[in-house]
Design a protein around this ligand. Structure first.
Ligand code: ATP
Ligand code: MG
Length: 567
């Protein structure tokens, strides 16, 4: 984590408190060593960002280290594409694992040797039950399980069978290696859990070297131990696995890290499950893993979110020991807070309405001074061309203004930002449809810069672009991907979660107009379109046409008023 003295001190949390205590008691010789262990079976999402910020953040705070370790024990669902994206995403978030990039598969030899050791000491056995039978034998929360008929094989027979499993003599699923713990344990995870299964599958790193693969529970603690992790931080669903985590390191007599569980991030209107996100990609509900509506880090990044926003968000949500749901609005708040400080302001019109200023000279063009960021004077000013024909937002004109509508309407005077006061003198309509084609105004030359020397006031300031100078661009406006606050709720009637998708999550505005200062802006450049929201240049932009993603809206005061009036 890039440390920054200007960042406010973080509030403590229970994990941080544990680390502070361990440092005081010298439990790990003053070391703090964490790891982030993704399974490379999908792209990282904002839930992972929470885990990354926590693991790397705590290590950085206490002068420790954090490893990136791929938990690649399942050869079937894992791909190098995911490995690459995960590395990129962790770095983008601002964290450095230096040379500590590891793979669980790096340790397959050691894990195998330890499994043989457990067989030798009578703590593991080869079982011929099928997966279904093992499940049946396991019992329930209220009833103990019963022992496998293969449980009491001799050490010699187990060693022989395990070796033959490894050598590829048996088909997939025909045998497993199980630890011999306690079939009556109140904790189901302790009822002789499977350590190895047979899978004749190519692994993205070890190729066809192995046809037996270790299970997550058998792998994780040992990997932590090999890497001498001090605090193995994971999500709450692993709490019931902790006794097993401890059992393996204890029975192998190896260095014992400490597992600590925290709450998973859940966000309203959002699903954070790689399996479901993969479904959205595969079935074409989104354009890809980096569709700007996706909660993946690459999607959020393409949408225009900065790593600073995400880190601030993760700091703000903190960690706890019970699961809850965070409002998506909090992420939006963090976005606005960050982008407000860094985004260059420009004027753009999403739905253009032509305005002709009848008393403005035909050929005249003036360069108006505009402030790049009122929050940051160092960002300077720019010139914006003004001329006789402008575009304003269709929404900023009403022929028949409702009460409390103070923008342009017949007879009303408003301020054009950075330019002049203009007064509406009439409209031109399509005779057939009644659609307003053009608004006519006069301007007051004495109000240049936006103030009247006679002190008269206007109630509204609207943005504009010069029609002859503006660039046509595409704007992609996003809404929540799901209509339900909790899209994980069962939609019933045999439907799946995709029934909760918001059909209006993407609106493409193909002929928006933006001031010429953005010409040639590189993908990833961020702007505030004044009064409209924060926008980011998309990689789909071409030399001829910029494409913008709306990152987040500004709080729209008029929409609020209108809603209140409707009540
Ligand atoms: P998913 O359910 O999306 O597939 P996962 O937990 O299987 O997630 P992993 O790749 O195993 O994904 O996760 C890597 C790390 O990130 C783990 O330590 C996991 O606990 C953590 N993590 C995953 N999802 C979240 C989340 N929503 N909030 C916080 N941490 C998370
Ligand atoms: Mg997982």
């Amino acid at each position: 984590m890039p440390s920054n003295d200007n960042e406010p001190a973080r509030p403590s949390n229970f994990i941080r408190d544990i680390i502070i205590r361990d440092l005081e008691t010298n439990r790990y010789g003053g070391r703090v060593h964490t790891r982030f262990p993704p399974e490379p079976n999908g792209y990282l999402h904002i839930g992972h960002a929470k885990s990354i910020c926590l693991n790397f953040g705590l290590a950085a705070e206490f002068g420790g280290k954090c490893n990136l370790r791929f938990d690649d024990t399942n050869p079937c669902k894992e791909e190098t594409e995911y490995v690459q994206s995960i590395i990129e995403d962790v770095r983008w978030l601002g964290f450095d694992f230096e040379d500590r990039l590891f793979y669980a598969s790096d340790y397959f030899d050691q894990l195998h040797a330890w499994a043989v050791e457990l067989i030798r000491s009578g703590k593991a056995y080869v079982c011929d039950l099928t997966a279904d039978q093992i499940r049946q034998h396991r019992g329930t929360l209220t009833e103990p399980g019963w022992e496998s008929p293969y449980r009491n094989r001799s050490v010699e027979e187990n060693l022989d069978l395990f070796e033959r499993m490894r050598a590829g003599e048996f088909p997939d699923g025909s045998r497993t290696l199980r630890s011999k713990i306690d079939m009556a344990s109140p904790n189901l995870n302790m009822r002789d859990p499977v350590m190895y299964r047979i899978l004749h599958a190519e692994h993205h790193r070890t190729g066809d070297k192995w046809c037996i693969y270790p299970m997550y529970d058998y792998t994780h603690g040992e990997c932590d131990s090999i890497e001498r992790i001090t605090h193995s931080i994971c999500t709450l669903e692993f709490e019931d696995h902790r006794p097993l985590y401890d059992w393996y390191v204890e029975n192998l007599g190896i260095y014992a890290p400490q597992q600590i569980e925290f709450d998973r991030l859940n966000l309203t209107y959002t699903l954070l499950s790689k399996r479901k996100l993969l479904t959205l990609v595969q079935k074409g509900f989104v354009s890809g893993w980096d569709d700007p509506r996706m909660p993946t880090l690459c999607g959020i990044r393409r949408r225009g979110c900065t790593p600073e926003t995400l880190r601030a968000f993760c700091d703000r949500i903190g960690v706890s020991k019970t699961n809850g749901t965070i409002e998506l609005a909090l992420l939006e708040y963090c976005l606005r807070e960050d982008l407000n400080k860094r985004a260059q302001r420009v004027m753009a019109v999403l739905r253009p309405l032509r305005v002709v200023i009848d008393n403005y000279p035909e050929e005249m063009v003036e360069e108006m001074d505009a402030v790049n960021n009122p929050e940051d004077a160092s960002m300077g000013t720019r010139k914006v061309p003004f001329s006789r024909v402008l575009y304003i937002e269709r929404d900023d004109f009403r022929e028949d203004p409702p009460k409390q509508y103070y923008r342009l309407s017949p007879g009303r005077e408003v301020r054009l930002r950075y330019a002049y006061f203009v007064k509406c003198t009439g409209v031109v309509k399509d005779e057939r449809t009644g659609e307003i084609l053009e608004v006519h105004c006069t301007y007051d030359p004495a109000t240049r810069g936006g103030n009247a020397p006679d002190g008269r006031k206007v109630k509204s300031t609207i943005h504009w672009v010069s029609a002859a100078h503006a660039l046509e661009c595409e704007a992609r406006l996003y809404d929540n991907l799901f209509i339900r606050e909790n899209p994980g709720d069962d939609p019933g009637e045999g439907l799946d979660f995709t029934a909760h998708l918001n059909p209006n999550s993407l609106e493409v505005v193909s002929s928006a107009q933006v001031e010429p200062s953005v010409r040639g802006a590189a993908p990833g450049s961020r702007y505030q379109f004044e009064r409209l929201g924060y926008f980011c240049v998309d990689r789909d932009s071409t030399v001829d046409k910029l494409v913008f993603n709306r990152t987040v809206q500004l709080r729209d005061t008029w929409a609020k008023i209108e809603k209140a009036l409707a009540k």
